[in-house]
Design a binder for this molecule. Structure first.
Ligand code: GLU
Length: 448
């Protein structure tokens, strides 16, 4: 069979999906690692396999009408992209953010294929959400919105069909409102159709911490493969939401110092380290729905840099936990100059393609979110198991399984991403490692 050409494939994706810029970016990132692999492995050298993998099985778009506290009608868009079910029920979060559209959700659902495949758990992939902006909304408005969103979404989800969870703008509170409405509408009280539930009503212990803890376990695996550890290191973190919170908590517990956090308004520099009640304050800030980090600087006397990103500070490790494309070539230049040990993605695709190329050229290990932030969806998978066997595992059990999964993902990246000179291209490793499992499943199931 003839060789596949990257440019032919990307052109066909752009032609079939015009205007979906972020989706093109994520397909380009994945395809540039897997096409050379496919060309060396006859079993996978099938153009249709690639065409199939980038096509969502289903993309649902619906209207979400709701009334704000002043009784005014508001209209938002709701989505669920059911990307791939070859490995199990569609699985992935719901994002409530003004940047949400079909393009950004297709990118996230596409990334989720490889992430979920890497976990080794039986999880398909999906992503959903709304352009609803929680910023400045009251709790009552958030509840009204979640209830209206679920009036549509409940038709498509179920414990063995599609199992959404949280993402940006959707935390434990929102999952609670969504679950309450789901169980009213379906009379299904078992809760297997959503993960990230409260501990008292079907949730798993450690699910809130899982993404951030997983990122730090991954960082430690990366460093210990280089006879180093996270202990005593200065860590630059961006964001202040769920992933940044979990990562800060675990990094601090392991003896590192988190010296930055950020929001859309700028970043704070706290050389004493974000620790103790400062970590709890991150939750308070998030809960306030203001989406700004400046109050942290005021409260703790830290320095605030308006409209800037933290990547200019001197640190040892960067963990970007905010949003896609928050670290570009300029930022990469600073990170390389400041001799960071590694860049570990906590968010999904926070580094631009240009930045990733620069890290690889400078041989600074960079790990893609689909590998290093897979801890969240992994513990969601463990929540699904606990729901189906009506049992609850202990903190130790979940923590051990999470560590094992993150170490395995690290080893998979190493296996498929190691070059002759020993440098590990984690993006290549994650893409190929994730691809092999999904591709085998698709071939065995008759190119689904
Ligand atoms: N939104 C998270 C992610 O990007 C979690 C998904 C889940 O738990 O299903 O992986």
């Amino acid at each position: 069979m003839k060789e596949l050409k990257l440019s032919d494939f990307l052109n066909s994706v752009i032609e079939k999906n015009p205007c979906e810029k972020i989706f093109h970016q994520s397909v380009a990132e994945v395809a540039s690692s897997i096409i050379p692999f496919i060309n060396n492995h006859a079993r996978y050298r099938n153009y249709k396999l690639l065409q199939s993998i980038v096509e969502p099985e289903r993309a649902i778009l619906f209207k979400v009408p709701w009334k704000d506290d002043l009784g005014r009608l508001q209209i938002n868009k709701g989505y669920r992209v059911e990307m791939s079910s070859a490995l199990g029920p569609y699985k992935g979060g719901l994002r409530f953010h003004p940047s949400v559209n079909l393009d950004s959700l297709k990118f996230l659902a596409f990334e989720q294929i490889f992430k979920n495949s890497l976990t080794s758990l039986p999880l398909g992939s999906g992503k959903g959400g709304s352009d609803f902006d929680p910023k400045g909304k009251t709790e009552n408005e958030i509840m009204k919105f979640c209830q209206s969103f679920m009036i549509e979404l409940h038709r498509y989800i179920g414990s063995s069909i599609d199992v959404p969870a949280g993402d940006i703008g959707v935390g434990g509170r929102e999952i609670g409102f969504l679950f309450g409405q789901y169980s009213r509408l379906t009379k299904n009280k078992k809760g297997g159709a959503l993960t990230g539930k409260g501990f008292g009503w079907g949730g798993s212990i450690l699910r809130p911490e899982a993404t951030g803890y997983g990122v730090v376990y991954f960082t430690d695996a990366l460093l210990s493969a280089r006879n180093n550890s996270i202990q005593g290191k200065r860590v630059a973190v961006s964001g202040f939401g769920n992933v940044a919170w979990g990562a800060t908590k675990k990094a601090t517990e392991l003896g590192a110092k988190v010296i930055t956090l950020s929001g859309p308004d700028g970043y704070v520099y706290d050389p004493d380290g974000v620790q103790g009640d400062k970590i709890d304050y991150m939750l308070e800030l998030r809960q306030s729905n203001e989406d700004i980090i400046q109050p942290y600087a005021k409260k703790y006397g830290a320095k605030f840099y308006p409209n800037k990103r933290p990547w200019e500070v001197k640190a040892d490790i960067a963990i970007p936990c905010a949003i896609q494309n928050e670290m570009d070539e300029n930022d990469a230049k600073n990170i390389i100059q400041n001799k960071y040990l590694c860049v570990v993605e906590g968010a999904n695709m926070p580094c631009t393609l240009g930045a990733i190329k620069m890290f690889n050229k400078a041989k600074i290990p960079h790990t893609p979110g689909k590998a290093s932030n897979a801890g969240g969806v992994s513990v969601s998978g463990l929540e699904m198991v606990q729901n189906s066997i009506h049992l609850r595992w202990t903190h130790e059990e979940i923590d051990q399984r999470l560590k094992l999964i993150m170490n395995n993902i690290h080893d998979t990246c190493e296996k498929y991403g190691k070059a002759n000179d020993g440098y590990i291209d984690y993006t290549k490793g994650a893409n190929i490692g994730g691809f092999v499992r999904i591709a085998d499943a698709m071939i065995q199931q008759g190119l689904v």
